[in-house]
Design a binder for this molecule. Sequence first.
Ligand code: KG4
Ligand code: ZN
Length: 333
Amino acid sequence: MLTLGIETSCDETAVAVLDQDYRVLSNLIYSQSCHKDFGGVVPEIASREHLLKINSLCIAALHSAGVDLSQIGLIAATAGPGLLGALIVGLSYAKGLAYSLDIPLIGVNHIYAHITANRVEYPYLEFPFLALVISGGHTMLLDCISSNNYSLLGTTVDDAAGEAFDKIGKLMGLDYPCGSKFAELAHKGEPDFHKFPRAMINSGDLNFSFSGLKTAVINYIKSKEPVFLIENECNIFASIQEAMVEVLERKCKNAIKQLGYKKLVLAGGVACNKRLKSVLKSGLKGCQLFFPRNELCTDNGAMIAAHGILQYKSGTFENRLDVQPFSTFNKLT
Ligand code: KG4
Ligand code: ZN
């Protein structure tokens, strides 16, 4: 059976076709560049762009997979969290298709789908495991008990990790989204050049805070001469990145200890970060580290299809044409 995955939660229109073994037959993404002039995503414009692109992208994804609609047996579409107007476009399109084809529709939780992206690389990844979801909108540690049982252990009290990379990157003159360029420059620098604050590292819980780091960077920039900042650009990027990586590693270590698990799964756009992966690999001895390839870390349709397949296989999914979109994280599996 083939699954069509549809993602429209923010500024990426994405459609993918996967087979029942999580093999990707096609995975197409249209990234909306129209928000660049606004310095962030404009929800109304995002919805309109999704509406413009969704049908042609879906046709292209089927074509690229070499299949036609009659071969699709399941549709998975992001129900939330995300921008409501944007979600309504993908979800309504998915409902129409599912109804006309008389096949099941699964409304997918975008956060869980980021985790399930790992199944494309490791189809037999077994529960339970710890997941660190680090994206532009979320930073979460989750106890993944089974395919429909996830428990939130900790989250950010302010900015998400990706948001911090983006906001600080912007301060330092990078274009949005800044994470990838930030990491590239940091790679050439010295992580111990300056010790930026590691907020909440010893808080005793599994929560995070990244907005104070932004303030510390603003104050640091103000205190230095422009020439110094230019000469040490890579060192500064490396030092900021290190502050975030160290906190993420410490919280993962604490969570692994608390749960007694031996598996850590990374998910979300910040999971592309090489420094984070190498620090986790060397720091979490005896713990297996899983992460998807970069194009499956950032928003994509394959992860939505993969989570639909996981739900379908577990037999606990709800085929509901009245599934509602939701803007904030909730318990929908
Ligand atoms: O998961 P994602 O595509 O979007 C959300 O669901 O929010 O993640 C996008 C985030 C952006 O904030 C981007 O700056 C960040 O992932 N990112 C990175 C890297 N590549 C992308 N952050 C750190 N290091 C990277 N290499
Ligand atoms: Zn995402």
